[in-house]
Design a protein around this ligand. Sequence first.
Ligand SMILES: NC(=O)C1=CN([C@@H]2O[C@H](COP(=O)(O)OP(=O)(O)OC[C@H]3O[C@@H](n4cnc5c(N)ncnc54)[C@H](OP(=O)(O)O)[C@@H]3O)[C@@H](O)[C@H]2O)C=CC1
Ligand SMILES: CC(C)(CO)C(=O)C(=O)O
Length: 306
Amino acid sequence: MMKIAIAGIGGVGGYFGGLLARHYQNSDEVEIYFIARGENETAIRQQGLKIETPGSTFTATPKLVISDPAQVGEVDLLICCTKSYDLEQSITQLKPCISKDTIILPLLNGIDSYERIKAVYPENEVWEGCVYIVSRLTEPGLVTVTGDVNSLFFGSTDGTEARLESALQIFTDAGIKATLSQNIQQTIWEKYLFISTIATLTSYFNTSIGGILAKTENMDLLHSLLSELKQVANAKGIMFPENSTNAIKERMAKLPYETTSSMHTDYQKGKNAEVDSLTGYVVKLGKQLNVPTPTYEKLYTALKNK
Ligand SMILES: NC(=O)C1=CN([C@@H]2O[C@H](COP(=O)(O)OP(=O)(O)OC[C@H]3O[C@@H](n4cnc5c(N)ncnc54)[C@H](OP(=O)(O)O)[C@@H]3O)[C@@H](O)[C@H]2O)C=CC1
Ligand SMILES: CC(C)(CO)C(=O)C(=O)O
């Protein structure tokens, strides 16, 4: 029996965990557990997790939804879907789910989830991943997906090939548009180039992705951020294809005008925001690598004071 736990049943964990729970509900081979808390945990326990997408609505029922990881026990694969600022606290709390054989796969936006998890669980196989989706926990027990982007990328530079392939099969069978990346570092950095700049700008200007594309002054700032982040990445040995700026603009243009970043949504709701991992981290890396990041510094300071 393969035991999979999804920790953090919000927009991302709810959608991808929901697909897994729906597909493996009656399976003898795969069991899906949700680690959720508060009203969300209660709602999912009472009526399942409802997932509304533009094309379909379904309700997913995991084997168990619980806030106490001890009641789940050790799992084979732990998929982390909390916000970046909750990562250390949640994975430390998840210790009862983690044996030496447990694989940990973070799907958070950001570059440093791998090293942060390794700092707590140095012996474990930790993969890397990222997702493209616009998904929100709109009320306890309800996940709403907008637009038609919903892909998951994962991989590992030193993971066990057979386990990576087996996870790919499990994800794909559940209907997840999953890709096993052969260069996960590049894949993660490409997502970061997109989300760091977009999250920073949508939050700074308090506007949607369409709103960024619509104004020259916003686009000028986008180009400055992209240029600074590319130089930081280059200093880390990460190179982007020549057309990467155009690729980002095309990706933005394909999203509905009103789409915004999850960081901007958090600012709008007055919630904690991932500004340290999505904006501040670039400033920090720039300082470490002696790469100037004046635009990032200005926007980071403004966002920290928001
Ligand atoms: N939403 C999106 O469209 C996208 C998001 N991402 C990234 O994915 C990550 C997750 O984002 P998203 O799904 O939006 O975040 P959400 O805030 O919607 O979901 C995170 C969930 O984790 C829960 N959580 C945190 N700590 C614990 C814990 N110790 N035990 C149980 N539950 C816990 C939170 O509960 P509580 O509310 O109680 O704090 C919350 O329900 C982020 O890094 C984000 O940037 C990437 C692509 C798209
Ligand atoms: C901008 C978006 C929706 C694109 O997937 C995203 O990654 C996020 O909100 O974190």
